[in-house]
Ligand binder design. Structure first.
Ligand code: SAM
Length: 408
Protein backbone atom coordinates (compact mmCIF):
# COMPACT_ATOMS: atom_id res chain seq x y z
CA UNK A 1 0.00 0.00 0.00
CA UNK A 2 1.11 3.52 -0.62
CA UNK A 3 2.54 5.17 2.42
CA UNK A 4 1.38 8.69 3.11
CA UNK A 5 3.87 11.50 2.80
CA UNK A 6 3.34 12.39 6.46
CA UNK A 7 3.98 8.87 7.65
CA UNK A 8 7.16 8.36 5.67
CA UNK A 9 8.40 11.73 6.94
CA UNK A 10 7.57 10.57 10.47
CA UNK A 11 9.44 7.30 10.12
CA UNK A 12 12.55 9.22 9.13
CA UNK A 13 12.35 12.27 11.37
CA UNK A 14 10.21 11.20 14.32
CA UNK A 15 7.82 14.11 13.64
CA UNK A 16 4.33 13.65 12.21
CA UNK A 17 2.81 16.97 11.22
CA UNK A 18 -0.99 17.11 11.18
CA UNK A 19 -2.17 19.26 8.32
CA UNK A 20 -5.23 20.84 9.86
CA UNK A 21 -4.02 21.85 13.32
CA UNK A 22 -1.06 23.34 15.11
CA UNK A 23 -0.07 20.01 16.58
CA UNK A 24 2.51 17.32 15.95
CA UNK A 25 3.00 13.75 17.09
CA UNK A 26 6.57 12.88 17.97
CA UNK A 27 8.47 9.68 18.66
CA UNK A 28 11.19 10.70 21.16
CA UNK A 29 13.27 7.65 20.24
CA UNK A 30 13.45 8.69 16.58
CA UNK A 31 14.11 12.31 17.56
CA UNK A 32 16.98 11.25 19.83
CA UNK A 33 18.35 8.88 17.24
CA UNK A 34 19.00 11.75 14.90
CA UNK A 35 21.93 12.45 17.25
CA UNK A 36 23.84 9.20 16.74
CA UNK A 37 26.06 7.77 14.04
CA UNK A 38 26.62 4.15 15.17
CA UNK A 39 24.56 3.72 18.31
CA UNK A 40 20.78 3.73 18.78
CA UNK A 41 18.46 4.67 21.60
CA UNK A 42 16.64 1.51 22.54
CA UNK A 43 12.87 2.00 22.13
CA UNK A 44 12.41 -0.89 24.50
CA UNK A 45 14.32 0.89 27.25
CA UNK A 46 12.70 4.24 26.48
CA UNK A 47 9.06 3.25 26.50
CA UNK A 48 7.32 0.76 28.66
CA UNK A 49 4.51 1.96 30.86
CA UNK A 50 2.05 2.87 28.14
CA UNK A 51 2.63 -0.26 26.11
CA UNK A 52 1.23 -2.66 28.68
CA UNK A 53 -1.25 -5.28 27.58
CA UNK A 54 -4.80 -4.02 27.18
CA UNK A 55 -5.89 -6.35 29.96
CA UNK A 56 -3.50 -4.75 32.43
CA UNK A 57 -4.60 -1.30 31.30
CA UNK A 58 -8.23 -2.15 31.88
CA UNK A 59 -7.55 -3.43 35.36
CA UNK A 60 -5.65 -0.28 36.19
CA UNK A 61 -8.33 1.92 34.72
CA UNK A 62 -11.12 0.32 36.67
CA UNK A 63 -9.20 0.64 39.91
CA UNK A 64 -8.40 4.26 39.06
CA UNK A 65 -11.98 5.11 38.29
CA UNK A 66 -13.06 3.58 41.58
CA UNK A 67 -10.62 5.85 43.38
CA UNK A 68 -11.88 8.84 41.44
CA UNK A 69 -15.49 8.15 42.16
CA UNK A 70 -14.77 8.11 45.83
CA UNK A 71 -13.16 11.52 45.54
CA UNK A 72 -16.04 12.93 43.56
CA UNK A 73 -18.61 12.18 46.24
CA UNK A 74 -17.10 14.94 48.34
CA UNK A 75 -18.82 18.18 47.33
CA UNK A 76 -16.23 20.41 45.83
CA UNK A 77 -16.16 24.13 45.28
CA UNK A 78 -13.18 25.79 43.68
CA UNK A 79 -11.12 28.18 45.71
CA UNK A 80 -9.71 31.23 43.92
CA UNK A 81 -6.51 29.53 42.77
CA UNK A 82 -8.36 26.47 41.51
CA UNK A 83 -10.74 28.71 39.64
CA UNK A 84 -7.85 30.36 37.77
CA UNK A 85 -6.37 26.93 37.01
CA UNK A 86 -9.71 25.74 35.69
CA UNK A 87 -9.97 28.82 33.50
CA UNK A 88 -6.51 28.16 32.00
CA UNK A 89 -7.61 24.60 31.34
CA UNK A 90 -10.80 25.70 29.61
CA UNK A 91 -8.80 28.05 27.39
CA UNK A 92 -6.39 25.30 26.38
CA UNK A 93 -9.08 22.68 25.90
CA UNK A 94 -10.22 23.50 22.34
CA UNK A 95 -6.62 23.22 21.12
CA UNK A 96 -6.06 19.97 23.00
CA UNK A 97 -9.30 18.48 21.66
CA UNK A 98 -8.42 19.48 18.14
CA UNK A 99 -5.02 17.80 18.50
CA UNK A 100 -6.71 14.60 19.78
CA UNK A 101 -9.01 14.70 16.83
CA UNK A 102 -6.15 15.10 14.36
CA UNK A 103 -4.36 12.14 15.90
CA UNK A 104 -7.40 9.89 15.83
CA UNK A 105 -7.96 10.72 12.18
CA UNK A 106 -4.37 9.92 11.20
CA UNK A 107 -5.08 6.23 10.74
CA UNK A 108 -1.73 5.58 9.07
CA UNK A 109 0.05 6.88 12.16
CA UNK A 110 -2.20 4.99 14.58
CA UNK A 111 -1.26 1.79 12.82
CA UNK A 112 2.44 2.22 13.52
CA UNK A 113 2.09 3.73 17.01
CA UNK A 114 1.53 0.36 18.63
CA UNK A 115 4.90 -0.78 17.28
CA UNK A 116 7.05 2.15 18.32
CA UNK A 117 8.47 0.11 21.14
CA UNK A 118 9.61 -2.71 18.89
CA UNK A 119 12.31 -0.97 16.92
CA UNK A 120 15.74 -2.41 16.44
CA UNK A 121 18.21 -2.29 19.29
CA UNK A 122 18.88 -4.77 21.98
CA UNK A 123 16.51 -5.29 24.84
CA UNK A 124 18.65 -7.54 26.95
CA UNK A 125 21.56 -5.21 27.25
CA UNK A 126 22.02 -5.28 30.97
CA UNK A 127 25.78 -5.00 31.40
CA UNK A 128 27.35 -7.44 33.81
CA UNK A 129 28.50 -4.62 36.03
CA UNK A 130 26.17 -1.72 36.42
CA UNK A 131 27.01 1.46 38.20
CA UNK A 132 24.47 1.37 40.98
CA UNK A 133 25.25 4.54 42.86
CA UNK A 134 23.80 7.67 41.36
CA UNK A 135 25.75 10.61 40.00
CA UNK A 136 23.71 12.76 42.34
CA UNK A 137 25.12 10.92 45.37
CA UNK A 138 28.68 10.77 44.08
CA UNK A 139 28.76 14.44 43.16
CA UNK A 140 28.07 15.36 46.76
CA UNK A 141 30.94 13.57 48.48
CA UNK A 142 34.31 15.18 49.18
CA UNK A 143 36.01 12.82 46.73
CA UNK A 144 33.88 14.12 43.83
CA UNK A 145 36.76 16.06 42.23
CA UNK A 146 38.74 12.82 41.93
CA UNK A 147 36.18 10.80 39.98
CA UNK A 148 37.20 10.39 36.37
CA UNK A 149 35.57 9.33 33.13
CA UNK A 150 37.45 7.74 30.27
CA UNK A 151 36.55 8.80 26.75
CA UNK A 152 37.53 6.29 24.08
CA UNK A 153 38.08 7.90 20.70
CA UNK A 154 38.00 5.61 17.70
CA UNK A 155 40.97 5.83 15.40
CA UNK A 156 40.51 7.64 12.14
CA UNK A 157 39.29 4.94 9.77
CA UNK A 158 41.05 6.66 6.91
CA UNK A 159 44.27 5.38 8.50
CA UNK A 160 43.48 1.97 7.05
CA UNK A 161 44.92 0.10 9.97
CA UNK A 162 43.15 -3.12 10.84
CA UNK A 163 44.08 -2.84 14.51
CA UNK A 164 41.55 -0.75 16.39
CA UNK A 165 43.64 1.25 18.75
CA UNK A 166 41.38 3.61 20.67
CA UNK A 167 42.99 6.72 22.02
CA UNK A 168 41.82 7.34 25.55
CA UNK A 169 41.32 10.57 27.38
CA UNK A 170 40.77 10.55 31.15
CA UNK A 171 38.93 13.56 32.56
CA UNK A 172 37.38 14.65 35.86
CA UNK A 173 33.68 13.79 35.53
CA UNK A 174 32.30 16.46 37.89
CA UNK A 175 32.53 20.23 37.55
CA UNK A 176 34.18 19.93 34.17
CA UNK A 177 32.93 20.59 30.64
CA UNK A 178 33.33 17.32 28.78
CA UNK A 179 33.14 17.70 25.03
CA UNK A 180 32.79 15.28 22.18
CA UNK A 181 33.91 17.60 19.43
CA UNK A 182 34.15 14.79 16.89
CA UNK A 183 31.47 13.95 14.34
CA UNK A 184 31.25 10.37 15.62
CA UNK A 185 29.66 8.74 18.68
CA UNK A 186 32.24 8.41 21.44
CA UNK A 187 32.13 5.64 24.02
CA UNK A 188 33.00 6.47 27.59
CA UNK A 189 33.55 4.45 30.73
CA UNK A 190 32.79 5.37 34.31
CA UNK A 191 32.90 2.88 37.19
CA UNK A 192 32.86 -0.12 34.84
CA UNK A 193 29.74 1.18 33.12
CA UNK A 194 29.62 2.24 29.47
CA UNK A 195 28.17 5.48 28.16
CA UNK A 196 27.74 6.91 24.67
CA UNK A 197 28.29 10.58 23.87
CA UNK A 198 26.70 11.75 20.60
CA UNK A 199 28.72 13.77 18.04
CA UNK A 200 29.25 17.46 18.72
CA UNK A 201 27.77 17.32 22.21
CA UNK A 202 28.98 18.21 25.67
CA UNK A 203 27.97 17.91 29.29
CA UNK A 204 28.76 19.66 32.53
CA UNK A 205 27.84 17.66 35.63
CA UNK A 206 27.59 19.77 38.76
CA UNK A 207 25.33 21.13 41.44
CA UNK A 208 23.37 24.31 40.91
CA UNK A 209 26.05 26.23 42.82
CA UNK A 210 28.54 25.68 39.99
CA UNK A 211 26.24 26.68 37.13
CA UNK A 212 28.04 30.01 36.79
CA UNK A 213 30.95 28.13 35.23
CA UNK A 214 28.81 27.83 32.08
CA UNK A 215 28.57 31.59 31.57
CA UNK A 216 30.55 32.44 28.46
CA UNK A 217 33.43 34.88 28.76
CA UNK A 218 32.23 36.77 25.68
CA UNK A 219 28.60 37.70 25.18
CA UNK A 220 28.56 36.79 21.54
CA UNK A 221 29.31 33.25 22.69
CA UNK A 222 26.12 32.97 24.71
CA UNK A 223 23.30 30.53 24.03
CA UNK A 224 20.42 31.23 21.63
CA UNK A 225 18.19 28.41 22.77
CA UNK A 226 17.82 27.35 26.41
CA UNK A 227 15.51 24.51 27.51
CA UNK A 228 14.91 24.21 31.26
CA UNK A 229 13.15 21.42 33.14
CA UNK A 230 13.64 22.30 36.82
CA UNK A 231 13.21 19.84 39.68
CA UNK A 232 10.07 21.62 40.94
CA UNK A 233 8.77 20.60 44.30
CA UNK A 234 5.60 18.63 43.97
CA UNK A 235 2.57 19.42 46.07
CA UNK A 236 1.80 15.83 46.88
CA UNK A 237 4.41 14.45 49.21
CA UNK A 238 3.68 10.85 48.29
CA UNK A 239 4.73 11.22 44.68
CA UNK A 240 7.94 9.24 44.42
CA UNK A 241 10.56 11.05 42.38
CA UNK A 242 13.92 9.69 41.36
CA UNK A 243 15.72 12.96 41.88
CA UNK A 244 15.95 15.66 44.54
CA UNK A 245 13.72 18.72 44.18
CA UNK A 246 14.42 22.34 45.07
CA UNK A 247 12.24 25.13 46.50
CA UNK A 248 11.21 27.73 43.92
CA UNK A 249 13.48 30.47 45.27
CA UNK A 250 16.57 28.51 44.17
CA UNK A 251 15.58 28.98 40.53
CA UNK A 252 15.42 32.76 40.86
CA UNK A 253 19.21 32.84 40.84
CA UNK A 254 19.66 30.88 37.60
CA UNK A 255 21.80 33.23 35.47
CA UNK A 256 19.61 33.03 32.37
CA UNK A 257 20.46 36.53 31.23
CA UNK A 258 24.20 35.93 31.48
CA UNK A 259 23.87 32.62 29.65
CA UNK A 260 21.89 34.21 26.80
CA UNK A 261 23.45 35.38 23.59
CA UNK A 262 23.62 39.15 23.33
CA UNK A 263 21.31 38.99 20.32
CA UNK A 264 18.70 37.17 22.35
CA UNK A 265 17.74 33.67 23.36
CA UNK A 266 14.59 31.62 23.15
CA UNK A 267 13.89 30.18 26.60
CA UNK A 268 11.60 27.14 27.01
CA UNK A 269 10.53 26.29 30.55
CA UNK A 270 8.69 23.11 31.55
CA UNK A 271 6.11 23.76 34.26
CA UNK A 272 3.60 21.62 36.12
CA UNK A 273 -0.11 22.38 36.21
CA UNK A 274 -0.04 23.75 39.74
CA UNK A 275 -1.48 27.24 39.67
CA UNK A 276 0.84 28.39 42.44
CA UNK A 277 3.80 27.55 40.23
CA UNK A 278 2.35 29.24 37.14
CA UNK A 279 1.80 32.36 39.20
CA UNK A 280 5.37 32.24 40.52
CA UNK A 281 6.81 31.90 37.02
CA UNK A 282 4.78 34.75 35.56
CA UNK A 283 5.11 37.18 38.44
CA UNK A 284 8.56 36.39 39.83
CA UNK A 285 10.72 33.96 37.88
CA UNK A 286 10.50 35.30 34.32
CA UNK A 287 10.92 38.91 35.52
CA UNK A 288 13.92 37.88 37.66
CA UNK A 289 15.51 36.15 34.66
CA UNK A 290 14.79 39.04 32.32
CA UNK A 291 12.56 36.79 30.22
CA UNK A 292 9.55 38.14 28.35
CA UNK A 293 6.69 35.65 27.97
CA UNK A 294 5.92 34.72 24.35
CA UNK A 295 3.73 31.61 24.06
CA UNK A 296 2.57 28.37 25.67
CA UNK A 297 3.04 24.93 24.18
CA UNK A 298 1.43 21.76 25.54
CA UNK A 299 2.79 18.24 25.76
CA UNK A 300 -0.21 15.96 25.42
CA UNK A 301 0.34 12.41 26.65
CA UNK A 302 -1.28 9.48 24.89
CA UNK A 303 -1.15 5.70 25.09
CA UNK A 304 -0.01 3.50 22.25
CA UNK A 305 -3.60 3.21 21.00
CA UNK A 306 -3.89 7.00 20.66
CA UNK A 307 -6.17 7.55 23.66
CA UNK A 308 -5.28 10.07 26.35
CA UNK A 309 -3.44 8.69 29.41
CA UNK A 310 -6.16 10.19 31.61
CA UNK A 311 -9.43 12.03 31.33
CA UNK A 312 -8.83 15.54 29.95
CA UNK A 313 -10.94 17.07 32.70
CA UNK A 314 -9.41 15.32 35.69
CA UNK A 315 -8.44 18.24 37.87
CA UNK A 316 -5.43 16.77 39.66
CA UNK A 317 -4.13 14.55 36.92
CA UNK A 318 -4.16 16.35 33.60
CA UNK A 319 -2.93 14.35 30.61
CA UNK A 320 -0.76 17.28 29.55
CA UNK A 321 2.07 19.51 30.76
CA UNK A 322 2.97 23.03 29.71
CA UNK A 323 6.05 24.55 28.19
CA UNK A 324 6.27 28.32 28.64
CA UNK A 325 8.26 30.07 25.93
CA UNK A 326 9.94 33.38 26.49
CA UNK A 327 12.57 35.60 25.09
CA UNK A 328 15.67 36.81 26.88
CA UNK A 329 17.59 39.64 25.38
CA UNK A 330 20.96 38.97 26.95
CA UNK A 331 22.97 41.78 28.40
CA UNK A 332 23.28 43.89 25.30
CA UNK A 333 23.39 47.54 26.21
CA UNK A 334 21.79 49.11 23.17
CA UNK A 335 18.06 49.27 23.72
CA UNK A 336 17.01 49.21 20.08
CA UNK A 337 18.45 45.77 19.42
CA UNK A 338 16.55 43.64 16.99
CA UNK A 339 15.66 40.28 18.40
CA UNK A 340 16.47 37.24 16.33
CA UNK A 341 13.57 35.18 17.67
CA UNK A 342 10.90 34.53 15.06
CA UNK A 343 7.20 34.91 15.77
CA UNK A 344 5.82 31.84 17.54
CA UNK A 345 2.24 30.71 17.18
CA UNK A 346 0.61 30.24 20.59
CA UNK A 347 -1.05 27.02 21.83
CA UNK A 348 0.94 24.49 19.84
CA UNK A 349 0.52 20.87 20.90
CA UNK A 350 3.20 18.20 20.98
CA UNK A 351 1.73 14.71 21.34
CA UNK A 352 3.76 11.67 22.36
CA UNK A 353 3.66 8.44 24.31
CA UNK A 354 5.47 9.14 27.61
CA UNK A 355 8.74 7.40 28.30
CA UNK A 356 9.69 5.79 31.56
CA UNK A 357 11.14 7.67 34.54
CA UNK A 358 9.03 10.74 33.65
CA UNK A 359 11.30 11.66 30.77
CA UNK A 360 10.17 14.67 28.77
CA UNK A 361 10.11 14.45 24.97
CA UNK A 362 13.18 16.15 23.43
CA UNK A 363 11.53 19.32 22.14
CA UNK A 364 14.74 21.24 21.46
CA UNK A 365 14.84 20.29 17.80
CA UNK A 366 11.27 21.54 17.27
CA UNK A 367 12.24 24.94 18.67
CA UNK A 368 15.29 25.43 16.47
CA UNK A 369 13.23 26.88 13.65
CA UNK A 370 12.34 29.90 15.80
CA UNK A 371 15.94 30.87 16.42
CA UNK A 372 16.94 32.63 13.25
CA UNK A 373 20.20 33.98 12.07
CA UNK A 374 22.54 31.94 14.20
CA UNK A 375 24.24 29.05 12.58
CA UNK A 376 25.02 26.82 14.26
CA UNK A 377 22.56 27.64 17.01
CA UNK A 378 24.12 27.43 20.46
CA UNK A 379 21.80 25.25 22.53
CA UNK A 380 21.75 24.59 26.26
CA UNK A 381 19.60 22.24 28.30
CA UNK A 382 19.45 22.89 32.04
CA UNK A 383 18.67 20.05 34.49
CA UNK A 384 19.24 17.59 31.65
CA UNK A 385 19.43 13.83 32.03
CA UNK A 386 20.49 13.10 28.47
CA UNK A 387 22.69 14.48 25.69
CA UNK A 388 21.77 15.65 22.21
CA UNK A 389 24.03 16.41 19.26
CA UNK A 390 24.63 20.15 19.04
CA UNK A 391 23.68 20.75 22.68
CA UNK A 392 25.38 21.40 26.01
CA UNK A 393 23.66 19.37 28.75
CA UNK A 394 23.94 20.61 32.30
CA UNK A 395 22.59 19.09 35.52
CA UNK A 396 23.64 16.83 38.35
CA UNK A 397 23.13 13.72 36.20
CA UNK A 398 23.29 14.85 32.54
CA UNK A 399 24.60 11.50 31.27
CA UNK A 400 22.04 9.39 33.14
CA UNK A 401 20.28 8.20 29.96
CA UNK A 402 23.55 7.92 28.00
CA UNK A 403 24.26 4.64 29.74
CA UNK A 404 24.59 1.67 27.40
CA UNK A 405 21.40 0.10 28.67
CA UNK A 406 19.52 3.01 27.04
CA UNK A 407 21.84 3.67 24.08
CA UNK A 408 23.44 0.62 22.49
N1 SAM B 1 14.16 16.87 31.47
C1 SAM B 1 14.69 15.71 32.16
C2 SAM B 1 14.27 14.46 31.45
O1 SAM B 1 13.36 14.50 30.64
O2 SAM B 1 14.88 13.42 31.69
C3 SAM B 1 14.20 15.63 33.56
C4 SAM B 1 14.76 16.70 34.46
S1 SAM B 1 14.22 16.48 36.12
C5 SAM B 1 12.70 17.32 36.15
C6 SAM B 1 15.24 17.59 37.05
C7 SAM B 1 16.72 17.22 37.17
O3 SAM B 1 17.36 18.21 38.00
C8 SAM B 1 17.00 15.89 37.82
O4 SAM B 1 17.92 15.19 37.02
C9 SAM B 1 17.63 16.26 39.16
O5 SAM B 1 18.57 15.30 39.63
C10 SAM B 1 18.31 17.56 38.82
N2 SAM B 1 18.64 18.36 40.00
C11 SAM B 1 17.99 18.38 41.20
N3 SAM B 1 18.63 19.20 42.06
C12 SAM B 1 19.71 19.69 41.40
C13 SAM B 1 20.77 20.58 41.80
N4 SAM B 1 20.83 21.11 43.01
N5 SAM B 1 21.73 20.85 40.88
C14 SAM B 1 21.67 20.31 39.65
N6 SAM B 1 20.70 19.48 39.23
C15 SAM B 1 19.73 19.17 40.10
Amino acid sequence: SEMSKNLSAFLKSGIYRFEDSNSVFVDPVRLLNRSYTRFRVSPWAYYSRFFQSSEATQLQQSSNSRKRKRKKTKPHTFNERERVAEQRHQEAKPFLLKACDSLLRATDLLEVMGNLRNGSGSSSSSPSTTFEESFIQLGRVWQAPFYEITLKFRPDEAGGSSITQYSERVLPVFNNLIVNETSDDVEAEFMNTQYVLPPDSSFYMSDLRQIHDLIPAEHDCGFNLIVIDPPWENGSAHQKLRYPTLPNRYFLSLPIKQLSHKEGALVALWVTNREKLRYFVEKELFPAWGVKYVATFYWLKVKADGSLISDLDLFHHRPYECILLGECNGESLDSNNTSRIKTIQDNQIIISIPGDYSRKPPIGGLLLEYVAGHSPTRCLELFAREMVSGWVSWGNEPIHFQESRYVN
